[in-house]
Design a protein around this ligand. Structure first.
Ligand SMILES: C[S@@+](CC[C@H](N)C(=O)[O-])C[C@H]1O[C@@H](n2cnc3c(N)ncnc32)[C@H](O)[C@@H]1O
Length: 304
């Protein structure tokens, strides 16, 4: 097993194997495509109309779904997927080729936070100046979140925009009472995931506690016109096969990583939900839906 930040030794239960998650991350991004396209359009509006966008960085890009959305939305720009997991960057390049965007999508293998402020593992320096820096669900995997934001703000050209997708609401996909076990299963999953997240953050190298007030953090990074917006993905029941497969993969990962923290009855519920043949399973039950809200925090580097 290889991960972005170790050589296969000394794993603990919060060490994420991103290579293994590649297909899941790409499916997740594809489900979010309508939201991602709206987000790219909204970010365009937050930039001054005369600001030329020539270079975009997608920090912790994963398989490059948003990188490609940017390349589509900003026709004059090069979009660069930046990630510490080579297999995900390969996917980003393949995706760009498939979509006919190959000429304007590039990848950079960078281990963060080291790659933010110096020379990466190939001896190349820094990330280069950019007009738009995007990072979705990656900054929270870095020990010093404020340090990362300050470094990302530092690569912006004058008038450039930093946008980080962090937070929002926990995803919802089941009613409160699902007819198996005690009602409130999803709320209890949230508690277990929250505990996992806390441990994951505490175990990161250079882990620094701070109040996660993202607008204040962007202001401290030296940015102006700080704000946020939230986008909703609303897939009502009955779900199609793609969304069901995504939820099945999501719950499988949960069982692999966190089931020991669940009550025995909830472990049983999880098993039923994951059973492909069960009518109450997530692949077949009629009441499954998908509701997710993502908040994007933004700030602009002063043009002066
Ligand atoms: C939760 S995924 C988010 C992927 C994508 N941005 C999205 O929103 O779907 C986190 C990504 O950050 C990358 N990542 C996590 N820690 C990293 C680090 N220290 N250096 C470089 N990349 C890292 C992982 O490889 C993974 O692709």
């Amino acid at each position: 097993m290889s991960t972005h930040r170790d050589s296969g030794h000394g794993h603990n239960h919060t060490d994420v194997d991103w290579e293994v998650m590649a297909a899941h991350l790409e499916h997740s991004g594809e489900l979010q495509l309508p939201v991602l396209r709206r987000t790219a359009a909204r970010l365009r509006e937050l930039l001054d109309p005369e600001k030329k966008v020539r270079r975009i960085l997608d920090i912790g890009s994963g398989p490059g779904v948003m990188t490609c959305v940017f390349a589509e939305a900003f026709a004059d720009a090069e979009a660069v997927a930046v990630d510490g997991t080579p297999g995900l960057l390969d996917r980003a390049l393949a995706r760009a080729e498939r979509l006919g965007l190959g000429g304007r999508v590039a990848v950079r293998h960078v281990e963060l936070p080291e790659g933010l402020d110096g020379v990466d593992d190939h001896g190349e320096g820094g990330l280069g100046t950019s007009d738009l820096v995007w990072s979705s669900k990656a900054v929270h995997h870095l020990g010093d979140q404020q340090g990362a934001l300050t470094a990302l703000a530092g690569v912006l050209s004058p008038g450039g925009l930093l946008a980080v997708a962090e937070g929002g609401l926990p995803m919802r996909f089941l009613p409160r009472d699902i007819g198996i076990g005690r009602p409130g299963f999803q709320a209890r999953l949230d508690v277990v995931q929250e505990r996992w997240f806390e441990t994951m953050r505490a175990e990161l190298p250079g882990s620094t506690a701070l109040v996660e007030d993202w607008p204040a953090m962007l202001s401290r990074a030296g940015l102006t016109r700080v704000g946020s917006f939230t986008s909703l993905l609303d897939l009502p029941a009955p779900l199609g096969a793609t969304a069901r497969a995504f939820l099945h993969a999501q719950l499988t990962r949960l069982r692999e990583t966190m089931s020991e923290s669940l009550e025995v009855e909830d472990r049983g519920t999880l098993d039923v939900l994951l059973d492909p043949g069960a009518p109450e399973g997530i692949l077949r039950r009629p009441d499954a839906f998908l509701l997710s809200a993502t908040t994007v925090f933004t700030g602009v580097r002063s043009a002066r």
